[in-house]
Design a protein around this ligand. Structure first.
Ligand SMILES: Nc1ncnc2c1ncn2[C@@H]1O[C@H](COP(=O)(O)OP(=O)(O)OP(=O)(O)O)[C@@H](O)[C@H]1O
Length: 500
């Protein structure tokens, strides 16, 4: 058939003993939006990396526009019209948007020097495709929000003869408005005949935008669904092979619960100002705001990772002055950060090291010697409990799928029981089944008296788990809504300033 852009035949890929993909057959049509779903570690990213030339299969062949091809590098694939945009923006932060757009494919004039004028003109066109203004062209990438960085990378992927665009979990870091923009970009591309391969754990959006849904489980395709026949439950069952209970919130009466932490007029002037809220014992306080609203910085200040300029924090009724994360941890305030790659994980180390890094002393005997058996049994149990896909606990953390890395980080902070657990985007990149498990786990912790500060851009998650929601905008608190008054509309209005 002439309208098949890409065909994979019998593709397999192993990493050591892990068979990441087994005999994959897949066809992608012109202008098709094909969603790829699966649990963490199912093989989605590996499959996409093979199509984009970042990995080579052990077996099988790829036909692109009817011809058998081998891509040895992503640049080779990109030059043929296949681009990939990864989940975590792969940027050169100190370089300009212009430089990032052209890195590796700079334009050279007749005299052999870089033709900045020509590149600038093309950059304007490229940014138009993703609805970004040319004003950002000279800015450094790390001056932009993470969502805008992602859109710049999408612009880089599509503005030159793009035939296939692969998006690996694009919306997990995009704001509501940026997600809407992305969907309209996808619509434009579909009309131009560009095929989109779209990985996401957000099933609602998949049903909304895709033409077909392919379900991967343990490296194999288990189902091929049309969105009109694919309810969220059906997809989840296909992904996990069993039904998952997504119903989480349990009503609790917290009227008598004492206040654990009382934040009064807290400011860190570069990021936020005059922030006040309190969290009771066993209460989940959701903090919602657009990227850049100052939510993570509030969390980092409470954790002693950023310096406060003004305001007070009372913890268990006592005024405290936390000047380092170490002091916070000693008070049983734990923080699972947003950006696992930069802030959370030790990339050169094993799963074991990464899981026990913060609380190694709990495995020590009276002589302060690490009881290896105790440590390894605990790690093994967690790997099992959270279905972390890894060869074994000695594997390097970076060999795990994104979702499994996140689970390791989460487990690390639950080795000891916190009093206040700060979770910054706890389920970003986590599959629906594990997400439901983590939600249940958060509810269990709260039921046992742990207070939770939940920062999340996943509005349904915030609405489902929180007893109270605080909204932030441009470094200020714009609202505090009790559970009985919560609605998606109200939270969004307050976080974009429509209630001003
Ligand atoms: N470079 C690597 N070295 C060793 N194992 C790897 C490597 N890359 C992936 N794997 C393994 O291959 C399997 C599939 O991983 P992959 O990243 O493709 O999953 P995924 O479906 O994209 O998961 P997620 O949703 O968590 O991102 C996992 O078991 C993972 O640990």
């Amino acid at each position: 058939m002439s309208n098949i852009t890409l065909e994979l035949k019998n593709i397999s890929k192993s990493f050591g003993g892990v068979k990441a993909l087994k005999n994959i057959d897949l066809k992608v049509k012109d202008g098709e939006v094909l969603a790829i779903v699966g649990e963490n570690g199912a093989g989605k990213s590996t499959l996409m990396k093979i199509i984009a030339g970042a990995l080579q299969p052990n077996e099988g062949s790829i036909l692109y526009k009817g011809e058998t091809v081998t891509f040895n590098t992503p640049l080779e694939a990109m030059n043929k019209g296949i681009s990939i945009v990864y989940q975590e923006p792969n940027i050169f932060g100190d370089m300009s948007v212009l430089e990032n757009l052209f890195i590796g494919s700079e334009m050279i004039d007749k005299s052999g020097t870089i033709d900045w004028d020509k590149m600038y003109k093309e950059a304007i066109e490229a940014l138009k495709l993703v609805k970004l203004s040319e004003e950002i062209i000279s800015k450094r990438m790390n001056e932009l929000s993470i969502g805008t960085q992602q859109l710049v990378l999408i612009a880089r992927g599509i503005f030159k003869k793009c035939k296939i665009l692969i998006l690996d979990e694009p919306t997990s870091i995009l704001s509501h408005a940026e997600t809407e923009t992305l969907f309209s970009i996808i619509e434009d591309l579909r009309e131009k005949g560009v095929s989109i391969l779209y990985i996401s754990h957000r099933l609602k959006e998949i049903i909304e935008i895709s033409d077909n849904i392919v379900v991967l489980r343990d490296g194999q395709i288990t189902e091929n669904l049309k969105p009109e026949e694919a309810s969220e439950d059906r997809i989840i069952t296909a992904m996990s092979g069993r039904e998952v209970n997504m119903d989480t919130y349990r009503d609790r009466d917290l009227s008598e619960a004492p206040i654990l932490i009382d934040v009064k007029g807290l400011s860190s002037l570069k990021y936020f100002e005059d922030v006040s809220f309190n969290i009771k014992r066993g209460q989940i306080l959701g903090m919602y705001g657009l990227v850049g609203s100052g939510r993570s910085e509030v969390a980092r200040t409470i954790f002693g990772d950023l310096k406060k300029d003004n305001g007070d924090i009372y913890f268990e009724g006592q005024k405290i002055d936390i000047r380092s994360p170490k002091e916070a941890v000693s008070k049983k305030i734990f923080y699972v950060p947003e950006d696992r790659g930069v802030q959370g994980l030790f990339g050169l180390h094993s799963v074991q090291y990464n899981m026990s890094a913060s609380f190694i002393d709990i495995f020590c005997n009276k002589l302060s010697v690490i009881d290896k058996n105790k440590e390894e049994n605990t790690i093994e149990n967690n790997i099992d409990k959270y279905s972390i896909k890894t060869n074994n606990m000695k594997s390097k953390i970076t060999s795990l799928s994104g979702g499994s890395q996140q689970k390791v980080l989460f487990c690390r902070w639950l080795l000891e029981e916190p009093k206040l657990l700060i979770l910054d985007e706890p389920t970003r990149g986590i599959d629906v089944k594990t997400k439901a498990e983590i939600h249940n786990y958060i509810m269990d912790l709260a039921a046992n008296g742990v207070s939770v500060l939940l920062i999340s851009s996943d509005l349904p998650e915030v609405l489902m788990l929180s007893d109270v929601v605080v909204t932030m905008r441009q470094g200020k608190i714009t609202g505090c809504i009790n559970r009985e008054d919560l609605s998606e509309e109200l939270v969004l209005k307050l976080s974009v300033g429509l209630n001003d």
